[in-house]
Design a protein around this ligand. Sequence first.
Ligand code: NAD
Length: 501
Amino acid sequence: MASMANRVPAAFDRDYQMLIDGEWTGSSTGETLRCVDPFDLHEWAQIPAASAEDVDRAVAAARRAFDQDGWPQRTPQERAALLRKLADRIEAHCDELARMQVHENGKLMSEMFGGARAMVPHARYVAGLAENAMGHSVEALPGFTSYTVKEALGVVAAILPWNTPLGLLSWKLFPALAAGCTIVIKPSEVTSASTLRLAELCQEVGFPRGVVNVVTGHGQPTGAALANHPGVDKIAFTGSTGGGKAMMAASVHRVGRTTLELGGKSPNIVFADADLDDAIHGVMAGIFAATGQSCMAGSRVLVEASIHDAFVERLCAAAAKLKLGDPLAADTDMGPVACRNQYAKVQEYIAIGKAEGATLANPELADALPDTGLFVPPTIFTGVAPRSRLAQEEIFGPVCSVIRFEDEDDAVRIANDISLGLAAAAWTQNVGRAHRMVKRLRAGTVWINAYRVAHYTMPFGGFKESGLGRELGPDALDPYTETKSVWINNGAVRQSFGRKS
Ligand code: NAD
């Protein structure tokens, strides 16, 4: 791999500090970690690696802000106003926030910019949810006034992955703040600088001390210290399914609330009656957008037997046309994989696929990679056995497993025969089949003749081991609230117990 001059802007390449209790601070141990640009492997930025003691301070600050300083008692209008101010700050810094994430994880600038810009209406939408939140008045029993109120849940630990650092953070940060919770954020060690920059914008907006805190560092010890902390009321986690199980284990002894957004191995099903021009685009976007590093990646491509060979030929031809290169360049279709660990994992699965007897349909693309960075070609395996590791395990890279099916029942059986259930898609022009597939596919999101569409107004989350709970949509505040049932005796009912005297 050739070396080149550091292209990370000087303003990004600095010593960052964590935000704890309204103060900018380093790690108590002085330990740090670096960001690595996966396009040219240049190291940049100095990020504190928080100790358990730092995590303790952050949770104590969030606890005090919640329990004593009155953040949950602020009116929804006040909290919404701060969120709208944050939206304005993000709007003014979209390009910077997007560019920083590109230097952290190598995703395309076009995608990261769109994601940063989408946070602006998202924050305003959640502000509206705060203002419109309400309980129910219930006619339960004669003589009582009874109603429910939604109250802020408490201190939230938000633990995040590297693939969409700020977008996924906003799914947690906005509703937590809107509901009146306080938060301690632990971004991925791969993408901490952009989160610390967003925390700076939160500070400028004027959230009170201790309401927003960020600790940075690796899963061990930083993430684990946060997840296991007795002062945390709720874990909001996005990451691998293995990580999600660790979060459940960490919170079980305190009956801690959890929302888990986890891995996927989603089926993208192409029927012979589909518009195949559209389907090719949908399959390509499903697995090769974001270099396959998307929880909702359509990594299992199920193709009806009668069109299988012709479809695979078209898919390979389309993959060969993808331009791999600089994620900042407007004409790049696929950037590098985000980090060295992920690169090694993807290579390992390509070897597993070969060892399991699947056919690598386009091996020639491996000889035409850019000479810098962590590049993996758009890789297509055919003849993949539905129960093989290649077909069952999330790779999180540009590796597509093509599986042949005979008819609709066969497609549904293969699609659902897996422990994950984040998303699924079917390509068909038969309206009846489209509706049947919506009902039969076991996944949190189902697309018909589309892939990778999401919006902050629509709930997102997984069936089975792909997650627990839902984020986004009109109920986005619910996971950050507790419901309290209130009974008021109107005076007509005498409380009595036992024998009347
Ligand atoms: P990961 O599980 O390795 O790490 C996620 C976060 O958990 C990181 O901040 C990490 O430092 C932290 N962590 C790791 N071990 C920990 C521990 N023992 N205790 C506490 N924290 C710990 O995931 P990743 O590799 O960063 O991200 C990729 C994964 O995220 C993929 O599986 C992908 O499908 C998933 N993901 C899911 C969604 C969704 O909405 N369902 C969205 C994006 C990514």
